[in-house]
Design a protein around this ligand. Structure first.
Ligand SMILES: NC(=O)c1ccc[n+]([C@@H]2O[C@H](COP(=O)([O-])OP(=O)(O)OC[C@H]3O[C@@H](n4cnc5c(N)ncnc54)[C@H](O)[C@@H]3O)[C@@H](O)[C@H]2O)c1
Length: 447
């Protein structure tokens, strides 16, 4: 036993000892590549913990906004950003060569899908190439982007080792999935337990030390592959359960049962049930995308998953279902969708945030348009939308706007909307989110 411990101790290289000391004394310079929904809050969390932080992004608009103290992320308060900048604890740049001056760097770049629904790894590859050009002894690199199991080992590691430096000795490599929930004020980056997996034990040790000095709880796991899989299990769990809720909603609609009342009833069970809710479809940069990364990788490894594809099918059918339902509701009132005025309330993928990426409301608007409806929208967080090369401006959901439409469709349940006024002023309301829970009116129909 003592030999093992001695070996472990003697295996601490100079690079390890130096970085460990810098992290412990908060002298380590931390950097984030990609200043988006994940990278900006992460950078500020490390800043709050006492580290000097440099944010690097290729998007000059984002960097300029930060330099000017302007926040473009709902969860990042402008005054916190400005405080960090004026204290010279946080800075932003487009210069990727600054990576060399940093001691620890987290990669927070996008991991979208290609049109073929395969992973688009181009952002991760380009960030890894930029790091490889600047890599020096004593650096810790952490991948945060959500990705398929094996990415850190198969894609990042060979790129970084190509210059001759060795992982676990000269530099350190870890994977730690970001689990932030945009719009959730109860859990910030600091409060959410941080899962960390390293390429070697020394790697996980350093990454845990760094994040442990800024976040409340660290959950070390045995490898980067496990850490990558943890994140995909979490998001697949949501996708599959939302798909089940959506299918139950379709079933209830068919059987004329109120699905919201059913879920509320089931959720009263104090064990063994966790409520998930139906809606007009999935959105955002995570739940509709990440499970498909896992499905792609497992297929390559020779394992055919079934739940992921099925959930994707059910969830991606929801925008069409709610539009068909809207058409039926108009039809029951003697109106055709073609030529009807439809006002869509909420275009972000979930409530109280400004992110409309992959939002099902966009698909709903396109489908309504393709059926000949005259579509307008309101969203306090999205002043204008670009759809199929066309720009649409948001309008206030005033009594006039609502009164002149044939149908008001609630696609995002923003807290800021005045639901009693929406019901009062619109001839017909179709609520796909149960935003009007508990309200009753002749002109109100829920999914
Ligand atoms: N948004 C979420 O709620 C969330 C939650 C958990 C995990 N994630 C994951 O985190 C990752 C980042 O997501 P996001 O929502 O922050 O994305 P984002 O699009 O908001 O931000 C990514 C940023 O990276 C920049 N970028 C792209 N390539 C770059 C490069 N080579 N060098 C420097 N900057 C580069 C972009 O300009 C952009 O500003 C994704 O893998 C996502 O799946 C997102």
């Amino acid at each position: 036993m003592s030999t093992i411990i001695e070996n472990e101790i003697s295996s601490k290289t100079d690079a390890f000892v130096s970085l460990e000391r810098k992290i412990k004394t908060k002298k380590a310079r931390f950097g984030v590549i990609g200043l988006g929904y994940v990278g900006l809050p992460l950078g500020l969390t490390l800043c709050d913990a006492g580290f000097d932080v440099t944010g690097i992004d290729i998007d000059t608009n984002r960097v300029d906004a930060i330099v000017a103290g302007r926040s473009y992320i709902t969860d990042v308060r402008e005054k916190d950003l400005q405080k960090a900048i004026s204290a010279k604890k946080f800075r932003a740049t487009t210069d990727l060569s600054e990576i060399r001056s940093l001691d620890a760097v987290s990669i927070c770049v996008p991991t979208p899908l290609r049109k073929t629904k395969d992973p688009d790894m181009s952002y991760v590859i380009s960030a890894a190439d930029a790091i490889a050009r600047e890599l020096r002894s004593g650096q810790l690199i952490i991948l945060e982007s959500t990705t398929y199991p094996g990415t850190t080992e198969e894609l990042i590691l060979p790129t970084l080792e190509a210059g001759g430096l060795r992982v676990g000795e000269d530099f350190f490599l870890a994977y730690s999935p970001e689990r932030v929930d945009p719009g959730n004020s109860r859990f910030s980056t600091r409060d959410i337990p941080k899962v960390v997996g390293g390429t070697t034990p020394r790697c996980v040790e350093l990454a845990s030390l760094l994040y442990g000095s800024a976040m409340k709880q660290i959950v070390p796991v045995s490898s980067t592959r496990v850490a990558e899989m943890v994140k995909l299990l979490e998001n697949t769990f949501r996708s599959v359960n939302i798909a089940l809720a959506n299918e139950i909603a379709l079933m209830c609609s068919h059987m004329k049962i109120d699905v919201w009342e059913v879920i509320k009833g089931a959720a009263s069970k104090p064990f063994g049930f966790m409520p998930f809710y139906p809606g007009p479809g999935l959105g955002g940069h995570c739940i509709p995308i990440d499970p498909l990364y896992l499905e792609w990788k497992s297929k390559i490894d020779g394992f055919e998953s079934r739940f992921i594809g099925l959930a994707d099918k059910v969830n991606s059918g929801m925008p069409r279902f709610v539009v068909t339902r809207a058409m039926e509701l108009l039809n029951e009132r003697g109106k055709a969708m073609r030529g009807s005025k439809v006002h869509v309330l909420g275009v972000t993928y979930k409530k109280d945030i400004s992110d409309s990426r992959e939002s099902p409301a966009l698909e709903v608007i396109k489908l309504l348009g393709s059926l000949g409806a005259d579509v307008s929208y309101s969203d306090p967080y999205v002043p204008s939308l670009k759809l199929e090369g066309r720009s649409i401006d948001a309008v206030e959901p005033s009594a006039d706007v609502l009164g002149s439409c044939d149908l008001a469709m609630i696609t995002t349940n923003h807290t800021a909307f005045d639901y009693p006024a929406i019901i009062r002023n619109s001839p017909l309301v179709f609520d796909t989110r149960n935003a009007t829970d508990g309200m009753k009116a002749q002109n109100l129909v829920r999914l």
